[in-house]
Design a protein around this ligand. Structure first.
Ligand SMILES: NCCCC[C@H](N)C(=O)NCC(=O)O
Length: 426
């Protein structure tokens, strides 16, 4: 700790490492359903609608709760909320793994979802507490990268924990709960470190009051960005985290281990490429064209995966670039577009809509598969799901292009404008 109460560099990087470890465990649990989807169907007779619901139910409470979560983080501080929400996530992961029936598993995923999105905001706020403007984006990118490593590990788990998978659906979910426990442990250590710092630090400035009227003043580019955020995350998370492994098994004849490995490369690419793309955009000073390019790759990737004798490497590589590029640009662009005083409100609204989209996409995709009787014996039954994901990703790409066109040639339009004077009453 420095003599003026600000954190030292070593302390800041230690906190970043702990937050990254906490995110790793959290993202592992989030992505633990996809690899057991086929086992849940075979051993417990779950329909695709139920499997979709296990991920949709993560998002459903957050259609409302994420705004409350943001306020709670401002009110009680990042450290306390990181610890509380990591504990809720662990309880949810344990309940999912131990439940004897679908209702119990769904309740576990609901509990996990209630904790996890607020946990995500708290971890961003935690990094913001310890890093200044010069290193903040890099530190946040690094945290997100390690989180993606958790997603990668979940997809690779059928290979790494082959004996657990051979024993059935439950042991892989118990392993996920163990990763949830490490996330909680890292959060608690961070909380202890933060308590020492806050004891001698100067008081934090009071957060600006949330004003709904402000939402009306967001410019057109923001609404294109919000639409892209909803559509792109809905497709990528409902497909990659819920149905893609099963799709690779049933449509392209891959075994579980190979299908999980194929899916995992998307996350592995993002571990390295997300901070690299962020750095590149900062250097070039352009955001909107990169975002449009990344968004266009998603429908292209999905299309290549529907080819009868598709080389899945092509689609995987294209999704890998999209999955690395879009988040690397989207969050810095959001902060650039809104400016610091509206960032919280803007991101809260984006995540409300994003969670509604992710829940809806999971439910619709599961329902489409069940309606068409999609299975290994009927691979054509997955066509409707792919058409749905393809259509949504095309509309998302159009929004990204509109954002680019409305941004002007050098992104000048994306600089924040002050609709609300700094001294205006809240
Ligand atoms: N952990 C998977 C869901 C994260 C959703 C969250 N609202 C979000 O958008 N995080 C940023 C990211 O790119 O994952």
């Amino acid at each position: 700790m420095n003599t003026d109460g600000t954190p030292s560099r070593a302390m800041a990087w230690l906190v970043c490492a702990l937050i990254a470890a906490a995110l790793y465990g959290n993202f592992y649990v989030y992505d633990s359903i996809g690899p057991v989807a086929d086992l849940l169907q075979q051993q417990r007779g779950f329909a695709d609608t139920q499997i979709g619901l296990l991920n949709a139910i993560y998002s459903l409470p957050n259609i409302v709760l994420i705004l409350v979560g943001g306020v709670l983080v401002d009110r009680f501080g990042a450290a306390r909320m990181t610890m509380i929400t990591a504990a809720i996530c662990f309880a949810g992961a344990l309940l999912t793994a131990l439940s004897p029936n679908f209702a119990g598993m769904a309740a576990g995923r609901l509990l996990f979802g209630i904790g996890a999105e607020t946990f995500n905001i708290a971890t961003l706020a935690a990094i913001a507490d310890y890093f200044g403007a010069g290193t903040l984006a890099f530190a946040m990118g690094l945290g997100l990268s390690i989180g993606r490593l958790g997603s990668y590990s979940a997809d690779m788990s059928p290979n790494w924990f082959a004996t657990a998978y051979a024993s059935g659906w439950q042991q892989p979910l118990l392993i996920a709960a163990a990763f949830g426990a490490t996330s909680l442990a890292a959060s608690l250590v961070y909380g202890l470190i933060d308590r020492r710092r806050t004891a001698s630090a100067p008081p934090k400035p009071v957060a600006e009051k949330f004003v709904f009227r402000d939402l009306l003043h967001f410019r057109k580019a923001y609404w294109y960005l919000l639409a892209l955020c909803v559509l792109w995350y809905s497709v990528i998370l409902a497909f990659r985290s819920t149905f893609s492994i099963k799709y690779f098994q049933h449509v392209h004849g891959l075994d579980l281990g190979t299908a999980g490995e194929m899916n995992s490369y998307v996350f592995l690419a993002a571990v390295f490429a997300t901070p690299a793309f962020g750095w590149l955009c900062d250097r070039v000073g352009r955001y909107a064209p990169f975002l449009a390019f990344g968004a266009l790759l998603l429908p292209l990737a999905l299309w290549t995966m529907t080819w009868p004798h598709a080389n899945l490497w092509i689609g995987t590589a294209l999704i890998g670039v999209s999955f690395s590029l879009v988040p690397a640009v989207m969050w810095p662009l959001t902060s650039r577009l809104l400016g610091p005083t509206r960032f919280g409100t803007g991101i809260g609204l984006m995540w409300v809509a994003q969670n509604a989209g992710i829940a809806g996409a999971n439910l619709v995709a599961g329902w489409l598969n069940d309606r068409a009787g999609a299975s290994a014996q009927n691979p054509a039954g997955y066509d409707a799901m792919m058409l749905f994901f393809g259509g949504a990703s095309v509309i998302g790409a159009v929004c990204a292009l509109l954002l680019w066109f409305s941004a002007g040639r050098r992104d000048q339009e994306l600089a924040p404008t002050s609709h609300r004077p700094a001294n205006a009453p809240a």
